[in-house]
Design a protein around this ligand. Structure first.
Ligand code: AMP
Length: 916
């Protein structure tokens, strides 16, 4: 009976009276099931030996517990010695008979543990050695550390180790939606307790921890990384619609850069930079702007610059006209892209060029937003100015003797305008720069004489434009030699020698004055050239006032010219002879101004009223003009005699004489630069509705900077006053348009005709138009359609422009504005000023008609003549004779072969019959 008096089954033994007891009770086979240490809990009762009457010596109060490991589950007989003793078990409590009577049960519970690791199972056995004992229950168990979750890692139910002190290391596995932070580990102690948790897991992005599990972030929240942190609310301008967001999506119109953290608000690209200001300094431009009005919520705004060369007044953002990138030689300081500052200096630009700069503002989300560049950019168009030329890069010695050196060099890479002259500085190498000499020249070569033999000299060359001197070249060293004769340098062309020697004879045969019929359609739009009509077309433009409309000539002169006190004029020398008297140079010191050089024209004594009026009218006209290419009137002296007209002083005098003096010394670009000045002055006059009527190289003056200015405003009045008598004597026939000669139709278009003649004069270095032909023949030739041929070395485009100026129909002629544009284009693109290719050099016989034509600058008529059967000189002799009969005059003419230039007595120019 147990404590509750319920009968229970027990194993009992109580042989206390008999000695030497050895009674065994054995269990069935118990499978180990992976356990390594099993616990045996025994419940039993034990009779107190003292309470048994008559028991002596033999009574025991303990029993022994044994075990035997075995793989066999059904061993029928196991030897006593096969069992291993676990322990002798004594009762904590024993009882007496009295106790039983008192119904007091003394149940003992004893637990023993034993390591069982060698077999699949084991048997237990109890040995009684003479006690009075009842075995109430035996419970056999092992211990585990129970399944658990620590630091978001799950640790499974784990059987404890074999020894009481052993710890079983267990690796945990991360719970769902979590990632290992550090390998999760724990130890399972022998008593089934988990010990020392190490490492653990973190909830994955989009999940946060909640009671040992990872739960998805709800809408409107996000978690970007695996971390202990909880989900965060979406940052500004973003949202998450579904659970488990790892990042919030930007609202429409907002963006996130790749490098932006998910916790950052969504942002926008910047608006355009503001207030872009450009300051042009020669060929540099300083660009400055203000940051965009809207930075889009970011602080990483940067700027980049786009540089374009555009057609006049256009750029890609507005005009859609052709714009080209500037090229890699343009310098940007501090840089072109990724700028944090709002100021950039752009240098190494071309002079006189229209540039468009576009400043783009960008930030981290510009790319992500895919915003069109124009939305975030601002542009400005500038025109660069004249600038000093870049240095000459290479100097070559062509001839070397004992006492002289001939040097030649190339034009600087960036002339930045028209080169006015070159300066050569040189010194003996040993002397260093202690004493040096300077030479100046218009051409790209110089002969340096008076040198010491066998001495090394150092040379530097620099070029000058209207903007001033450029840098000197790097030093070039050349030595004079001991040989008295020149050493011929590079490039003597044997073909040229052959041609020139054998050519002279044949060329002498040919002598012709020739004009060309050039009937071609004008490419210029029809423009009304008549000045009368232009007046009405250009309201608001300052119009020239004819001084002869004033009844009192002195009123006109005092309206348009300043009276100068004669005491402020200091006359120095006579420089020319004008129609009314001498022209002198001198100095003028006007009150409060610095002294300047002036030209002084005076009216010789004994003049009539008409002469006085005509003389002063030039000043009244000139005084109305204010333009860099029109001669400037400083003032007049009318209050004392002689009367004087004071103008700015032009050091190089009139253009025709100047060119003749410097025959062949200028580059084509320099010549075009001079022509540009004349065209610019004439455009100004035509804009003011002034018709010059006497435009000719002799009436253009040149200053020390090669700037050409239109002068001589006397003729218009003379012609009008003298309709009959002066007709042929006063009209400059060779310069005048046919309609002005025939019926005195003087207009801006007739000035354009004269301008064409000036072009011809300039390119031929002051040659007389139509050479020695008389006026009547010139009029007739023009009437028949003949025109002046291209001068030697004249680029095709220039001659074409001349021919356009000489259109018979004056409405077909270009305007000065068109001429100016055309010349500007030529200056900007010197490549277009090429000469025609020397095609004749390919011809098998050098002495073909082709070569002859080329020699006189008329090779473009080769095809016309060939079509008419003139292919060899033999069968062309009749043509030559015809030409000779028509107009003959031998003349010194320069002839060109394949680019080599020689002076040779030969024929003059040109021939050709358009419809031969
Ligand atoms: P004109 O009467 O204007 O034709 O002048 C006669 C000559 O004087 C010209 O051919 C020039 O050589 C010279 N001359 C006139 N004006 C100037 C000037 N402003 N500067 C230098 N030379 C001048």
């Amino acid at each position: 009976m147990d404590e509750k008096n319920i009968p229970i089954r027990t194993y009992q033994v109580c042989n206390v009276l008999e000695p030497n007891q050895n009674n065994w009770l054995r269990t069935d086979w118990i499978p180990r099931s992976g356990a390594q240490r099993v616990y045996v809990e025994v419940k039993f009762t034990l009779r107190d030996c003292n309470s048994l009457p008559g028991v002596t010596g033999t009574c025991k109060e303990t029993f022994n517990l044994y075990y035997h490991e075995s793989n066999e589950d059904r061993e029928s007989y196991i030897k006593e010695s096969s069992f291993i003793k676990v322990d002798t078990v004594a009762a904590d409590e024993s009882f007496t008979q009295v106790d039983v009577g008192d119904r007091i049960m003394k149940l003992n519970t004893e637990v023993r543990d034993v390591k069982v690791t060698t077999r699949k199972g084991f048997y237990l056995a109890f040995q009684d050695v003479g006690a009075c004992i009842a075995l109430v229950s035996v419970r056999v168990f092992y211990k585990t550390c129970p399944l658990t979750v620590r630091n978001l890692a799950t640790f499974p139910d784990t059987v404890t180790g074999a020894d009481t002190s052993s710890l079983v290391e267990v690796r945990g596995s991360c719970v769902n939606q979590s990632e290992e932070r550090e390998e999760p580990k724990m130890y399972c102690g022998a008593d089934g307790e988990w010990l020392v948790p190490i490492g653990g897991c973190l909830c994955s992005p989009g999940y946060q921890e909640k009671s040992g599990t990872c739960k998805a972030c709800s809408a409107g929240f996000y978690k970007a990384r695996s971390s202990d942190a909880g989900c965060s609310k979406c940052p500004p301008h973003s949202h998450s619609l579904r659970d488990g967001a790892t990042v919030c999506d930007c609202h429409s119109g907002f963006f996130r850069a790749d490098s932006d953290p998910p916790s950052m608000a969504c942002t926008q690209p910047p608006s355009a930079p503001q207030q872009l200001i450009s300051v042009v300094n020669e060929t540099s431009v300083v660009l400055e702007w203000s940051p965009p009005r809207r930075l889009g919520g970011r602080s990483d705004t940067s700027y980049s610059l786009e540089c374009l060369i555009c057609q006049t007044g256009s750029h890609s953002q507005t005009g859609g006209k052709l714009c080209l990138p500037c090229g890699s030689d343009v310098l940007f300081s501090p840089g072109q892209a990724g700028l944090k500052t709002t100021r950039v200096v752009v240098s190494e630009l071309r002079a006189h060029t229209h540039y468009t700069f576009i400043v783009h503002a960008r930030n981290g989300v510009s790319q992500a937003s895919g915003a069109a560049g124009s939305a975030q950019s601002v542009s400005v168009t500038v025109t660069t100015n004249q600038a000093a030329p870049s240095p000459v890069s290479y100097i070559q010695a062509t001839d070397v003797t004992r006492h002289s050196l001939s040097l030649a060099w190339q034009q600087p890479d960036r002339p930045n305008g028209v080169i006015l002259e070159y300066e050569v500085k040189f010194y003996e190498k040993d002397q260093r720069e202690r004493s040096y000499r300077i030479m100046r020249t218009f051409s790209r070569s110089v002969d340096v004489t008076g040198l010491n033999p066998l001495t090394v000299y150092v040379f530097h060359v620099r070029a000058r434009t209207a903007a001033g001197y450029g840098e000197f070249s790097t030093p070039f060293e050349f030595s004079t030699n001991s040989d008295p004769f020149p050493l011929i340098g590079e490039g003597v062309n044997s073909a040229f020698l052959l041609l020139s020697v054998s050519g002279v004879g044949i060329l002498l045969l040919i002598s012709a004055a020739v004009f060309i019929i050039s009937r071609r359609r004008s490419k210029y739009s029809k423009t009304k050239q008549d000045s009368e009509e232009e007046k009405h077309l250009n309201p608001g433009v300052k119009i020239y006032v004819d001084p002869f409309t004033y009844e009192d000539p002195d009123q006109a002169i005092h309206e348009f010219a300043k009276e100068i006190d004669v005491s402020s004029i200091h006359i120095e020398r006579v420089i020319g002879m004008g129609e009314f008297g001498e022209v002198c140079s001198g100095r003028l010191r006007a009150q409060g101004k610095r002294e300047i050089y002036v030209a002084i024209k005076s009216l010789k004594a004994g003049y009539s009223d008409k002469q006085r009026r005509d003389f002063l009218s030039e000043a009244s006209i000139m005084g109305q003009f204010d333009h860099p290419n029109i001669i400037r009137l400083e003032g007049v002296v009318t209050r004392c005699k002689p009367l004087m007209i004071i103008t700015e002083y032009m050091e190089n005098g009139s253009l025709d004489a100047f060119l003749r003096k410097h025959d062949g010394q200028f580059t084509v670009i320099q010549l075009v630069g001079m022509l540009r000045g004349v065209a610019s002055g004439m455009k100004y006059l035509s804009d003011m509705s002034y018709v010059h009527r006497d435009l000719a190289a002799r009436n253009i003056l040149v200053n020390s900077n090669l700037v050409c200015k239109v002068s001589d405003f006397g003729l218009s009045r003379v012609l009008e006053d003298d309709p009959e008598a002066a007709y042929t004597t006063r009209i400059p026939i060779r310069w005048t348009a046919p309609e002005a000669i025939s019926y005195r139709k003087f207009t801006t278009a007739s000035d354009v005709w004269s301008y064409g003649i000036v072009m011809w004069e300039v390119v031929s270095y002051g040659e007389r138009p139509y050479w020695d032909m008389n006026n009547q023949d010139v009029i007739k030739a023009i009437e028949e359609g003949y025109r002046l041929p291209a001068p030697m070395d004249c680029p095709v485009v220039l001659h074409q422009l001349m021919l356009d100026c000489w259109e018979r129909d004056r409405a077909e002629r270009p305007t000065f504005s068109q001429i100016l544009n055309m010349l500007d284009k030529l200056i900007r693109n010197p490549g277009t000023l090429r000469l025609s290719p020397p095609t004749c050099l390919l011809s098998p016989s050098p002495w073909s008609v082709c070569v002859w034509l080329q020699s006189i600058g008329l090779e473009r008529y080769r095809d016309t003549l060939a079509a008419a059967g003139y292919t060899s000189l033999d069968n062309s002799l009749s043509l030559i004779a015809f030409i000779s009969a028509k107009k003959t005059k031998q003349k010194q003419n320069r002839v060109s072969f394949g680019g080599e230039k020689i002076q040779t007595p030969t024929v003059l120019c040109g021939v050709i019959v358009a419809q031969t």
